[in-house]
Design a protein around this ligand. Structure first.
Ligand code: NAP
Length: 331
């Protein structure tokens, strides 16, 4: 992934002169706080929120390592990461955790539809992990154009030649219309739209990125699929979600089988205390599921995104999982 067209920058960081500053996006203003991560409000649906072409970067690439790196928890080394679904929820927490555990010179490309949230996150990463260069790409992964934009943005990553790890995290996902039962899904367009985002984009983006960053000595390539218990266990009212998660698990198992040199992890993060869970509690057609997750929320049994994110990064650092395995937060 070599130099590409000009990109915009978010100006909250110190600039070591390596960032381009062209474009129409301008500099970012407000900085984010960690507390915004699970309350971004808008629920992801299969709609077309836009395919904004704006991209940006924050942070500097070669700053000496003042960031909180591995500490006692272990470091991933010098990483290039592409992370989808970074604007809120689990992805937001993952970005923070991952960037706190990489070496200076690492890079992360954040992807979602909501540019402002990613700009804020990139600024937060720049403050907390100044040796990490954070870029973002706003894209609707439910569209071919969105997938193409991310592939193009990935060409902006400059550290692939020196990285010890390429980590592709397929985290973006949606529940689909959980107010419906199986027999309500008579419209192929609705179903295709769901799978286009939740399955097709994960496959095509991952394949394209693996092609763009081929194997070389000293580079470990890892692919993470953020999965769910729903990939293994059918749940009433979650026809699209369960089948999409099962498809993703299987396709990444095939990848693990075909490519023994690529580390593949299907990670189920547990029932997270975030926006998607609110949707589960309020919209699931099946009353038993609504009640179950409502009670879990009331009893404080939902998992904090940051806690599960840490577990996932611990798994990547330890690197002892079987490639292609489905690993649950509670395992
Ligand atoms: N929440 C749970 O309890 C739970 C449990 C098991 C597994 N998971 C899985 O964890 C992953 C993260 O979910 P979450 O809980 O963090 O949910 P979330 O808060 O709803 O976040 C979903 C993320 O996906 C992005 N996204 C949605 N539609 C998109 C599109 N068309 N194109 C690009 N990005 C899109 C969203 O950003 P924008 O809206 O800005 O585009 C957001 O960043 C998902 O794969 C989910 O299935 C969640």
């Amino acid at each position: 992934m070599e130099e590409h067209s000009t990109r915009n920058t978010a100006g909250a960081q110190d600039t070591a002169g390596t960032q381009e500053t062209s474009g129409t996006q301008g500099t970012a203003g407000t900085q984010s706080t960690a507390g915004t991560q699970d309350t971004a409000g808008t629920q992801e649906t299969s709609g077309t929120q836009g395919t904004a072409s704006a991209q940006g970067t924050a942070g500097t690439q070669d700053t000496a390592g003042t960031q909180e790196t591995s500490g006692t928890r272990g470091s991933l080394g010098r990483v290039v990461c592409i992370l989808t679904g970074a604007s809120r929820g689990f992805g937001y927490s993952l970005a923070l955790e991952l960037c706190s555990r990489v070496s200076p010179g690492s890079e992360i490309l954040l992807v979602s539809r909501t540019e402002d949230a990613m700009r804020c996150l990139a600024e937060e990463l720049g403050r907390k992990c100044p040796g990490v260069r954070a870029l973002w790409q706003a894209a609707d992964l439910g569209t071919q154009e969105g997938v193409a934009k991310v592939k193009e943005a990935a060409q902006e990553l400059q550290g692939c030649h020196a990285a010890e790890k390429l980590i592709i995290v397929n985290n973006a996902g949606s529940l689909g219309d959980i107010r419906k039962s199986f027999v309500d899904f008579t419209d192929p367009e609705e179903v295709n739209k769901y799978f286009s985002f939740n399955v097709t984009s994960a496959m095509c983006l991952t394949a394209s990125l693996l092609r763009a960053v081929p194997s070389r000595p000293g580079l470990q390539r890892a692919v993470v699929n953020v999965s769910s218990l729903a990939a293994l266990k059918p749940q009433k009212s979650w026809t699209l979600y369960c089948s999409g998660k099962a498809a993703r698990d299987m396709m990444f198992q095939v990848l693990a089988t075909e490519e023994p040199d690529i580390r593949v992890l299907n990670y189920a993060p547990g029932p997270l205390d975030n926006e998607m869970q609110r949707q589960v509690r309020t919209e699931t057609a099946d009353p038993d599921i609504r009640r179950l997750f409502g009670e879990m929320k009331e009893k404080g049994q939902l998992v904090e995104c940051g806690v599960s994110a840490r577990k996932m990064i611990d798994l990547l650092v330890a690197d002892s999982y079987q490639s292609g395995a489905h690993v649950d937060f509670f395992d």
